[in-house]
Design a protein around this ligand. Structure first.
Ligand SMILES: Cc1cc2nc3c(=O)[nH]c(=O)nc-3n(C[C@H](O)[C@H](O)[C@H](O)COP(=O)(O)OP(=O)(O)OC[C@H]3O[C@@H](n4cnc5c(N)ncnc54)[C@H](O)[C@@H]3O)c2cc1C
Length: 299
């Protein structure tokens, strides 16, 4: 273990963690950025709502730029999946099972992992925009498409209704219903949404997704939005007793501090809108709060 504890250990190098690292390096703090290398942003074929990119930017290109910016200020990075975080008299001790790091504060920027449908060729379908995972991000790009939402009935109808802003043809595919009842049919009809039962198969072909149903009917969808939830990567904080919301995301205060003093959380892992602009905003607030809360580093 190094002699001097880190001022801050940042866990996760997506947009949130990389932005926090750049801020803290510019505050001349002693830090380390540990990352397991699976940012959700890597799935983004092209983001068109990311501020500062009027013609869109691919997720991997954006991550490369964030890394370049952190590198410019000498941010040390470790390829590591942190598996254990414990309290310590002077802060925290983190471990990846082999190495240990001692830190006065920790920023958790570990994101979420999407629950995805079983669908052969899924990655390619996401790259082509046939399968989309975030309506707030990219429903504009799916405007006037034949759109399907795959989810348990209530979520399917709600998300389909949100998508009616963008297309007249939106179908809710209710994963938990063999024969959706009248209550659900009426609710879907009120939003101008077609309600379908659970499909027996989903396949990809020629830039579309085909859903087949038990009675032999099928639907050709230009765009499919699975809304099956996501697992917040909040386990390290939960093990320290940090408060979670009903979805497993971390509850934080106005400075992005969790209910465990010295442990901050930013980006998708926090109970908030899962967006790049939110993640970098969280990072700016948390990094500044961490710097102000640490003993001064006067030169
Ligand atoms: C298909 C798709 C399209 C999207 N389009 C847009 C868009 O157009 N606009 C927009 O604003 N948002 C979009 N998003 C959402 C955006 O990608 C996320 O909001 C953003 O990536 C969140 O950043 P983050 O840093 O919080 O988490 P992430 O980017 O997910 O990064 C988390 C990092 O933490 C690491 N990690 C997790 N656990 C550990 C651990 N124990 N130890 C070490 N490292 C760990 C992970 O490996 C990962 O590298 C899209 C998402 C998807 C999937």
């Amino acid at each position: 273990m190094p002699d001097a504890p880190l001022d801050c250990l940042i866990i996760g190098a997506g947009p949130a963690g990389l932005t926090a690292a750049t801020y803290l390096a510019r505050f001349r703090r002693h830090l380390l950025l540990a990352d397991a290398g699976a940012s959700r942003a890597r799935w983004i074929p092209a983001s068109h709502n990311c501020p500062g990119f009027p013609f869109g930017v691919a997720g991997n290109e954006l991550l490369a730029r964030f890394r370049l910016q952190a590198d410019a200020y000498g941010v040390p990075r470790a390829e590591a999946r942190i598996t254990r975080l414990q309290r310590h008299a002077e802060g925290f001790i983190a471990s990846d099972g082999e190495r240990h790091w001692q830190a006065r504060t920790v920023i958790l920027a570990t994101g979420v992992v999407d629950r995805l449908p079983r669908l052969e060729g899924l990655e390619e379908a996401i790259a082509q925009g046939v399968v989309r995972l975030c309506a707030v991000c990219d429903a504009y790009e799916a405007r006037d498409d034949m759109i399907g939402v795959l989810a348990p009935v209530e979520a399917a109808i709600d998300h389909a209704a949100f998508l009616r802003t963008f297309s007249r043809r939106v179908c809710a595919l209710a994963t938990d219903q063999d024969t959706p009842g009248r209550r659900w049919q009426e609710r879907a009809a009120a939003a101008g949404v077609e309600l379908w039962p659970a499909p027996v198969a989903l396949t990809l072909a020629e830039g579309a997704c085909e859903a087949r149903f038990p009675d032999g009917r099928h639907l050709r969808l230009d765009t499919l939005y699975p809304v099956l939830g996501a697992d917040a990567q909040s386990g390290l904080a939960a093990a320290l007793g940090a408060e979670l919301d009903g979805e497993g995301a971390l509850v934080v205060d106005a400075h992005l501090q969790t209910t465990v003093p010295g442990l901050y959380a930013i980006g998708d892992v926090v109970s908030a809108l899962n967006q790049i602009s939110v993640a970098v905003g969280h990072a700016a607030i948390a990094a500044t709060a961490v710097h102000r809360g640490l003993p001064p580093n006067y030169c």
